[in-house]
Design a protein around this ligand. Structure first.
Ligand code: URA
Length: 485
């Protein structure tokens, strides 16, 4: 049996070299043994047959496949090498194989890819460095930061570049049960560590815990949503997590007290109102949260496959103003929140100029998953098509039906299509009220990313002012309708 020996569980280069030789020799996948680490004998005790060295040039493989493969190799699923090899064999005759998201093999690989990307994201979100001032041998190591993390998959090397860029000026180590990565101006890797090798809490953590306890709002407690965002396995390494059980246990009582205090004293402060909105069954906020939880499982179109996560709308359930964008971008896909990347910053600037408080509006997207084309390491935004917009309209309609805003604003053509169900020319429709099929009022304007694409500075300023003028008209309309913005 040909045996492909890989140096590490995430040895993409080793897999690629072996897979190339094997595929060019037309080796059936089921005959290959994929082995991590060296072995002297094969499974039956004989000497293993090495994978053939490629002699002919390889047929060309889509870049997108290599990008997916580079991540899938990091998955802990023992079948990953064989699955990728099966895909490589099929790509020879079917170069567009990965366009068919319904193909079972493609689907499986997308799922593995998604698992790895999610883990990469969790590592970025949940690594907490603790400062170490002295080495065990007494050498001063001031300025070294050490974190402990338990990844689901073999992602330490895949993620190392991110931490090196993000924390370029610090000296740091991330210890894991798989292997450890260190940064001292260059990246180095050492074998697995144990939890005991990582330092425990420090004074900074106490400060963080105090802050977390002070911002914790018991009325907003949703254990299910919390564990979806921050899986329990990461809690033990987060300083703030030590507080969670106590805060959860006291939450119901504190909520009751907040409401009682507000009622008896006749107060109507925001906290009391927020608390009132978050308790009881069937209230708009509960239903919005339930809707969002359903949307996490959405498979109405194939975009759920490659995306990191569904990005739902954000804002108060009783907002009088709803903004609908196109789809999450790269930053939104990773963070799980709408309009936080470059287009979101442009949007925030325009809202501020128009005197609209974003915190009082509900901001969502026509399409809830990021659609992109993988080019090298970059994920390039790709426009959702009509079937994807139409499939996702179900969620937008439900969000709006629960919120019942006085005005909905479509940011760009995709949002306008989602709200009206037809193609809309923005320049013709912007700046005035339209009536939607459900009788509610909508306004249409440009998408903030349109402003980002204008190269000429003077023209960009003109368009920014036009965008702000559209938003001012919306604010004035809300006032006329008796709804604050
Ligand atoms: N563009 C959008 O349309 N929505 C986002 O959330 C981000 C960028």
């Amino acid at each position: 049996m040909p045996t492909a020996i890989l140096a590490r569980p995430d040895d993409f280069d080793g897999w690629r070299t072996a897979a190339r030789g094997l595929v060019m020799a037309d080796t059936p996948g089921e005959t290959i043994v994929w082995q991590v680490g060296s072995i002297a004998t094969d499974l039956l005790g004989g000497a293993p047959t090495a994978a053939p060295v490629p002699t002919e040039p390889m047929f060309s493989v889509p870049r997108a496949f290599l990008d997916i493969a580079r991540r899938v190799i990091c998955h802990r699923d023992a079948e990953r090498f064989a699955l990728l090899y099966a895909a490589l064999r099929r790509l020879r005759a079917q170069p567009k194989l990965f366009d068919d998201a319904a193909d079972p093999l493609v689907r499986t690989l997308y799922d593995l890819d998604k698992g790895v990307r999610r883990d990469v994201h969790k590592m970025r979100a949940f690594v907490r460095f603790r400062e170490v001032t002295e080495d065990g041998d007494g050498t001063d190591s001031e300025g070294r930061f050490v974190a402990w993390f338990e990844p689901d998959h073999h992602i330490v090397r895949l993620n190392a570049g991110f931490f090196a860029r993000r924390f370029a000026t610090m000296r740091w180590s991330i210890l894991t049960p798989d292997e450890c990565v260190h940064w001292d101006g260059e990246l180095t890797f050492t074998p697995a560590a144990t939890r005991a090798d990582a330092p425990d809490g420090d004074p900074l953590e106490a400060t963080w815990r105090t802050y977390y306890a002070s911002i914790f709002n018991p009325a907003r407690l949703k254990v299910k949503a919390m564990t979806a965002e921050m899986p329990r396995k990461y809690w033990k390494n987060l300083p703030e997590a030590a507080l969670v059980p106590g805060l959860v246990a006291g939450a119901e009582e504190r909520t009751r007290m907040m409401i009682a205090a507000g009622t008896t004293a006749g107060q109507s402060n925001e906290t009391v109102q927020a608390a009132a909105r978050f308790v009881g069954d069937g209230r708009p906020t509960d239903r919005l949260i339930a809707l969002r939880n359903d949307a996490y499982r959405c498979k109405r179109c194939p975009l759920f496959g490659p995306a990191t996560q569904m990005v739902f709308g954000e804002g108060p359930a009783d907002a009088r103003l709803v903004f609908v964008g196109e789809q999450p971008g790269d930053s939104e896909d990773l963070a799980g929140r709408p309009f936080i990347g470059p287009a979101g910053q442009m949007f925030d600037r325009a809202l501020a100029a128009a005197g609209i408080d974003r915190a009082r509006a509900y901001v969502t997207n026509a399409v809830k998953h990021f659609k992109f084309e993988q080019r090298g390491k970059r994920r390039i935004h790709s426009k959702p098509d009509i079937s994807e917009i139409d499939a996702c309209r179900w969620w937008v309609d439900h969000e709006r039906a629960l919120i019942q805003p006085a005005v909905t604003v479509a940011l760009g053509a995709t949002a306008a299509r989602s709200l009206t169900g037809k193609a809309v020319t923005i320049s013709r429709e912007r700046g005035r009220a339209l009536t939607l099929a459900d009788g509610s009022e909508a306004w249409i304007t440009v998408h903030p990313s349109f402003l980002l694409r204008i190269e000429d500075r003077a023209a960009a300023e003109v368009e920014f002012d036009r965008f702000v003028a559209d938003l001012v008209a919306v604010r004035e309309r809300l006032t006329a309708l008796g709804a604050a913005s």
